[in-house]
Write a protein that binds this ligand. Structure first.
Ligand code: MG
Length: 203
């Protein structure tokens, strides 16, 4: 099982980090060990002083596929959730400056929090789905999949042209604007539309 993440998939978020708007999806991977153990908190890692939250819609692959055409991509997933792509922003900046890969900043243990999966049939339109993240009861980040630069089906088609997708693989589809630092003691709640699917705290 692998976790594929899309970076810079919302124009306003690309801008807030001074990144160009990409012409094709920016992708990177996290290992299975990035998913926090069930009911465990997110443990603030010692190697960073600037961990950020990035709330993202996550889809789960249900069928093996390679070179999937966009028009058939919707047959490869039927559940989605909200996840947090925890990012060591200080380490990522160092990596970017040096032109190095981002794994140290993105793929560490616990960096891929993901909520309960719901069937996609529970939502009217996946390309017009609102989602949000509360921290300590206050709304800190909200987005809508209609603002994605590359929609879910385009991402599946693109990723599968390089990497075979297998059952259970997760795709983090990118974060909207409004990312920010986390602190020990924070409590996160994630919503797809008005359905609460994620809850995790920081220790
Ligand atoms: Mg992200």
């Amino acid at each position: 099982m692998k976790i594929i993440c899309v970076g810079r998939n919302y124009a306003k978020h690309a801008k807030e980090l001074n990144n160009p708007i990409p012409k094709e999806p920016v992708i990177f991977l996290k290992p299975e060990t990035a998913i926090p153990l069930k009911n465990h908190p997110f443990f603030y890692p010692e190697f960073s002083k600037d961990i950020h939250y990035e709330a993202e819609v996550v889809i789960r692959i249900k069928k093996v596929g390679k070179h999937i055409q966009k028009e058939f991509a919707n047959k490869y997933y039927d559940e989605l959730s909200l996840g947090i792509d925890f990012t060591a922003r200080d380490i990522q900046e160092e990596c970017k400056e040096k032109g190095l890969p981002w794994e140290k900043a993105k793929a560490f243990d616990g960096s891929a929090a993901v909520g309960k999966f719901l069937p996609k049939t529970e939502f009217k339109e996946l390309n017009n789905l609102s989602f949000s993240l509360n921290i300590n009861g206050e709304k800190k980040q909200e987005g809508n999949t209609s603002d994605m630069i590359f929609d879910i089906d385009s991402i599946i088609a693109y990723v599968s042209s390089f990497i075979t997708l297998k059952i259970g693989d997760l795709i983090f589809t990118g974060t909207p604007a409004g990312v920010g630092p986390i602190a020990i003691g924070d409590n996160f709640e994630g919503y797809l539309e008005n359905k609460k699917v994620l809850e995790i705290s920081v220790r």
